[in-house]
Design a protein around this ligand. Structure first.
Ligand SMILES: [Zn+2]
Ligand SMILES: [Zn+2]
Length: 277
């Protein structure tokens, strides 16, 4: 199918039309949706059965650290890991590259709930084994130049939607500290070295404390107030769900996690990725 036809599909209105291909999207009960929350399920049902079938879900993982479906060299080589674990929802194949490109560069925001719904499967993989969930969702910040070009940070947009679906607070917690050159042509070692100092903590954010038996409430962040729990707060550490769109070597995720851990000593970081390459 041609780009123009695909775009026609994306631009056309009407509840029965698939947002990706423009065909009839009346949901067939047999279509597989690997997510439990009603919000993402509803979003995924706006796709036709054949587009749904093209989503390369990562359903069985081989690396418990980064959630990769095959044996993992990156995690074995990483000496200092700052996140507990990461999960990616889908493989970053050609179809997914196209979907993300349409969303990212053409600003077709109708795709946003669909991508967020896919991300939700990774979020559920992380949340399901955790007894009392996470306290806050945040995302990897975009380089400033990119933000101006594009007008939005897709990781933040997707996280905010996920936060709504799962009843969690979203807080921006990180910022880009300096501009990084294009990473693609560098060796892995150079990439890791270059990451140092790329991110910094956003100061004076309201970060919620885990309150035993209550809805988490926000208190003004101060380094001295954390990690001492508030009266009645549970003893477990602050848990942060960190979202990014694509996971390649994990160096961005790890660097962000390291900055968060310096700012919120003792916190646990869980990474949710829309796709992994
Ligand atoms: Zn379709
Ligand atoms: Zn791994």
């Amino acid at each position: 199918m041609k780009w123009a036809e695909k775009l026609h599909g994306l631009l056309s209105v009407g509840g029965e039309t698939c947002l990706i291909c423009g065909r009839d999207s009346r949901y067939r009960a047999a279509s597989f949706l690997p997510v439990r929350n009603a919000g993402p399920r509803k979003a995924l049902r706006t796709l036709c059965a054949s587009c749904l079938a093209r989503i390369p879900w990562i359903l069985s993982i081989s690396c418990p650290v980064c959630g990769r479906p095959e044996r993992c060299g990156d995690c074995l080589r990483r000496w200092e890991r700052h996140f507990v674990c990461c999960r990616g929802a889908v493989r970053y194949d050609d179809a997914m590259k196209e979907w993300l490109a349409v969303y990212k560069y053409r600003g077709l925001e109708k795709l946003e709930p669909i991508l967020a719904a896919m991300l939700s499967t990774a979020v559920e993989m992380l949340l399901n084994p955790l007894q009392d969930g996470v306290d806050v969702i945040t995302s990897v910040p975009l380089a400033e130049g990119r933000l101006e070009e594009r007008g939005f940070n897709q990781a933040e947009r997707l996280s905010r939607r996920v936060a709504q679906w799962y009843g969690l607070p979203y807080e921006p917690m990180l910022r880009r500290a300096r501009h990084t050159e294009k990473q693609s042509f560098k060796s892995r070692k150079d990439r890791l070295e270059d990451m140092k100092g790329t991110f910094a903590l956003l100061e004076e954010r309201n970060v919620p404390y885990a309150m035993a038996g209550t809805v988490p409430t926000s208190v003004p962040f101060s380094a001295s107030a954390y990690p001492r729990p508030l009266p009645g707060a549970s003893a477990r550490p602050l848990r942060i769900l960190l979202v990014d769109d694509i996971y390649t070597t994990g160096s961005t995720m790890n660097e962000c996690a390291s900055v968060l851990r310096r700012g919120y000593p003792g916190c646990e970081i869980y990474g949710a990725l829309w796709a992994r390459s």
